[in-house]
Ligand binder design. Structure first.
Ligand code: SF4
Ligand code: SF4
Length: 166
């Protein structure tokens, strides 16, 4: 994954893809689930997360109480020590999030706690959430962080603007 190239592409396309997502808040293609499934399958033939890890380097997951307990147990720590060592409460939401980026569990571009990673990480980049458009805000934010999301929204824009009354 060429992250510099991704960043340049994301900067160039951010405005038009954001406008597309905003429009999708109002006009939802009738076969959106099928469209997303088809295009997302194409995306993952081209994107390999193991050569990227940009989400782990530039974002933080939220840690639920269950995440903290599971990961702390895995690391032979108490949940309290775990929170004190690595987490803080996010301003506004009060979710538990990482204090530093890249994530402290990223090692050699891979997740060192993969089997017990936060649910938020396991579900990222949320392309299979339903309904897809309920996560438009998330996709807008993630365009500049995740090459897979950038590619999916770009593909969707091309298809929707060509094949749908839009
Ligand atoms: S816990 Fe693992 S998957 Fe989640 S951000 Fe950290 S390194 Fe990435
Ligand atoms: S989910 Fe997105 S940002 Fe994270 S490693 Fe995969 S392609 Fe990169």
């Amino acid at each position: 994954m060429d992250i510099q190239k991704f960043r340049a592409t994301a900067a160039r396309k951010k405005k038009s893809l954001t406008a597309f997502i905003i429009k999708m808040d109002e006009i939802i293609p009738h076969d959106l689930p099928e469209l997303v499934e088809r295009l997302d399958a194409e995306v993952w033939k081209e994107v390999d997360c193991t050569t990227c890890a940009n989400c782990c380097k530039t974002m933080t997951p939220t840690f639920t109480a269950a995440d903290v307990k599971r990961i702390a147990t895995h690391l032979h720590m108490s949940p309290k020590s775990f929170r004190e060592k690595w987490l803080k409460k996010e301003d506004g939401s009060k979710d538990w999030v990482n204090t530093t980026q890249p994530c402290q569990f990223l090692a050699d571009n891979k997740c060192s706690i993969y089997e017990v990673r936060p649910a938020d990480c396991a579900e990222f980049p949320h392309h299979n959430k339903t309904p897809f458009d309920a996560y438009n805000e998330t996709f807008k934010n993630n365009l500049v962080h995740c090459p897979a999301t950038l590619m999916l929204i770009d593909k969707m824009k091309k298809v929707v603007e060509k094949e749908y009354e839009w």
